[in-house]
Design a protein. Structure first.
Lengths: 81, 259
C-alpha cells in the first residue's frame, strides 16, 4: 500500500519560505493569494495490504523521523494496494 | 582534560574543534566516530558544526539515530559536560537533549559573519570564565539558526535562566537589527535544566587565535578547562543541578528593552 505523509509547520510557527513565496506571487500579480504555507510531502510504499497496519506504520515513521513535533504536524493518507 | 569530538558523516568543524582543544589549549583530544559505542574516556564532549548525514530531512534529524548518541545521552544524564556547536546544537535539539527546534533563518539566507553576543549566564561549565553581560564577538555560519520554542517552553527557559547567549550589538543591546536569523528572544545559546548540556549557534572554535580574526571564543574553552581543573570549587557544585523554578527574570534586557 502507499501512504502519503504531508508534513507542515504548525499554524503558530512562522514560515519564512511561505512568506517569501506569497510575496513573489503578489509581485506576479496574484493579489488574491492571502497566504502560502510550505511543507514536505512523502510517499511511502509499504509492503503490507492492510490499511490499518499501513496507517500505523506511517504514523510511527512520521512521529519518529519525518516530522519534528515541536514545530510540525502531519497528516496521512493511505490508498491503493 | 580529554575532549571527545564526535564526528558524523558530514561534520566539517570537527578538525577546528580538535585544533582548538589540542593545539590552542594544550588538552588531550580524541575523535569519536558516530558508529563508535564508547566515549574513549572523554571528560567533555563536543558535537561540532557541519551537515551531519547531509541534513537532508531536517538539520540534525538523522544524527540522533547514530550509535554514538546512546552513550552521549547517558554521559549527559550523568552530568557530563556536552557542547553542541552550530549543527551540533541542532543535533542536541533533535535528540531532545535541549528543548526547542530550529527553523530556516527569517531572511532565508545562509549567514556567515561575525556577530556580537551578550553572556547571560555564567553558571554553566562553558561560560564560567565569562562575566555576565560581557559582549563576545564570534562568527556564525548557518542557514537554519532561527531558534524556536513555543510560548510556554520559552517562558520556562527564561525563568530557569537557560538562555546563555543572546545576539546583540557591540554594546550588548538586543534588537531586531542585531538578530541574524530571527531567533525568538534573540537566543544564540541555551543550556538544559541541569546546565551541563549547552548548545550554541556561533563558532567559538573559529575565534581562538588572533590570526583568525579574534579570540573571543577562547572563554568558552577556558571555562570548561577551568571547570574541570577546579572540580572541587564551590562554583562547580552549583552546576549539574536543576535550576530553581522560583528564579524569575524580567522579560526585558539589561538596558530595559523588552525581548
Amino acid at each position: 500500500m502507499r501512504a502519503r505523509v504531508f508534513v507542515t509547520l504548525k499554524p503558530s510557527v512562522f514560515d519564512p519560505q511561505g512568506r517569501t513565496i506569497v510575496d513573489a506571487l503578489h509581485s506576479l500579480g496574484y493579489h488574491n493569494v492571502s497566504d502560502v504555507r510550505q511543507g514536505k510531502y512523502f510517499e511511502l510504499d509499504l509492503a503490507t495490504t492492510e490499511r490499518a497496519q499501513a496507517e500505523k506504520l506511517a504514523a510511527d515513521i512520521a512521529d519518529k523521523v519525518l516530522a519534528n513535533p515541536v514545530i510540525e504536524t502531519y497528516r496521512i493518507e493511505v490508498d491503493g494496494s | 582534560m580529554r575532549f571527545g569530538i564526535v564526528v558524523f558523516p558530514g561534520s566539517n568543524c570537527d578538525e577546528d574543534a580538535f585544533h582548538a582543544a589540542s593545539s590552542v589549549f594544550g588538552q588531550e583530544a580524541e575523535y569519536l566516530w558516530h558508529k563508535d559505542a564508547d566515549l574513549k574516556g572523554a571528560d567533555v564532549l563536543i558535537l561540532p558544526g557541519g551537515f551531519a548525514h547531509g541534513d537532508y530531512l531536517r538539520t540534525g534529524a538523522m544524527a540522533r539515530f547514530s550509535p554514538i548518541m546512546g552513550p552521549v545521552q547517558a554521559f549527559a544524564e550523568r552530568g557530563g559536560p556536552v557542547l553542541g556547536i552550530c549543527n551540533g546544537f541542532q543535533i542536541l535539539l533533535e535528540a531532545g537533549l535541549l528543548p526547542g527546534a530550529m527553523l530556516r533563518n527569517t531572511g532565508l539566507k545562509y549567514r556567515c559573519e561575525h556577530v556580537h553576543l551578550r553572556v547571560e549566564q555564567t553558571d554553566t561549565p562553558f561560560t564560567s570564565a565569562a562575566r555576565e553581560g560581557q559582549v563576545l564577538k564570534i562568527p556564525i555560519g548557518h542557514g537554519e539558526g532561527n531558534y524556536f520554542a513555543p510560548p510556554g517552553m520559552l517562558q520556562t527557559l527564561e525563568a530557569n535562566r537557560q538562555v546563555i547567549l543572546r545576539y546583540t550589538d557591540a554594546a550588548g543591546r538586543v534588537g531586531e537589527a542585531w538578530n541574524p536569523n530571527g531567533s525568538v528572544n534573540a537566543i544564540a545559546a541555551l543550556c538544559n535544566n541541569a546546565r551541563n548540556v549547552v548548545g550554541m549557534m556561533p563558532h567559538p572554535e573559529r575565534a581562538c587565535e588572533a590570526l583568525l580574526g579574534g579570540v573571543d571564543g577562547r572563554v568558552i574553552f577556558e571555562s570548561i578547562v577551568a571547570t574541570f581543573r577546579g572540580a572541587e570549587s564551590p562554583a562547580l557544585h552549583a552546576m549539574g543541578r536543576p535550576a530553581k523554578d522560583s528564579v524569575e527574570r524580567p522579560a526585558q534586557d539589561s538596558v530595559g528593552r523588552p525581548f
